[in-house]
Design a protein around this ligand. Structure first.
Ligand SMILES: C[S@@+](CC[C@H](N)C(=O)[O-])C[C@H]1O[C@@H](n2cnc3c(N)ncnc32)[C@H](O)[C@@H]1O
Length: 251
């Protein structure tokens, strides 16, 4: 594996990803539209294959064997490689796609340059760090902010330095979001008490057992005492929320 791989992280935290993380159809639709008329797509940091579009030629790139091993039967062929060194010739694809993965790359410039080299259109789903960190969950799990993946999480502006970004779309998180990413359970706080939910969220899964248990205990107590509802109960009425997830279309 070439440098830039974050394979080790997902070798240990990737267990159970396919159960905790499934594509949400509303987010899938936004991504399908963003891919436009591209007939061929390389999905970089593909993981278990979420958000790979149907009806197009798709090739997946993923460094972690643990993640590749969880890809569903019949899903797109996967190549073990990193974003920073894509094993394809120039303009092999009509679009390159990267969802929920940029913050794991150790060389953003290299990965962005590769996404551009292999496809004329690039579609990226990321979280805008300063927006997402306002989410109430961070208050309960503040240690997340010290993780390398959070510290290097790129903003939309960071990506603009490397890609010719044409469109930035907010990706609202529905109250019943199917995909279990960090913000998914904003209106269902009890879900974060479940270790299998936390296992699918890299920022929580990377915390040590002791730290995680302390954070979970605080949330548990605030839910039991009514403190969480006193502060955030108004969220339980909302159908969706903007937590800083953004879809970028470039090229
Ligand atoms: C949160 S998962 C996202 C997977 C999938 N794209 C999704 O939306 O469910 C992040 C993925 O990025 C992969 N990854 C980490 N470092 C990478 C790199 N340098 N190049 C490509 N993928 C990487 C991890 O192995 C993991 O599968």
């Amino acid at each position: 594996m070439t440098s830039g791989s974050n394979d080790q992280v997902y070798q240990s935290i990737g267990v159970g990803y396919s159960a905790a993380r499934r594509p949400d159809p509303r987010i899938q639709r936004l991504i399908d539209t963003a891919l436009g008329d591209a007939r061929s797509v390389v999905n970089v940091g593909a993981g278990t294959g979420n958000y790979e579009p149907a009806g197009r030629r798709v090739v997946a790139v993923e460094p972690s064997l643990k993640m590749i091993g969880q890809r569903r039967a019949g899903s797109a062929p996967a190549t073990r490689a990193v974003a920073e060194a894509l094993p394809f010739g120039d303009q092999t694809f009509e679009a390159s796609l990267a969802t929920f993965t940029l913050h794991h790359w150790t060389d953003l410039a290299g990965g962005m340059s590769e996404m551009r080299r292999v496809a004329r259109r690039q579609v990226v789903l990321l979280f805008e760090p300063w927006e997402t960190w306002k989410f109430w969950l961070v208050e309960y799990f503040p240690e997340c902010l010290s993780l390398p993946s959070e510290i290097r999480a790129p903003s939309v502006e960071d990506v603009r330095a490397y890609l010719d970004v044409q469109t930035v779309l907010p990706v609202p998180v529905p109250a019943d979001c199917i995909d279990g990413f960090a913000g998914a359970y904003w209106r269902r706080p009890e879900a974060y008490l479940d270790s299998s939910v936390r296992a699918g969220i890299s920022s929580l899964a990377q915390l040590s057992g002791q730290v995680a248990e302390r954070c979970v205990q605080r949330l548990r107590e605030d839910l039991a005492s009514g403190e969480w509802d006193a502060r955030y109960g108004y969220l339980r009425e909302l159908p969706e929320i903007d937590l800083g997830y953004r879809l970028l279309i470039a090229g």
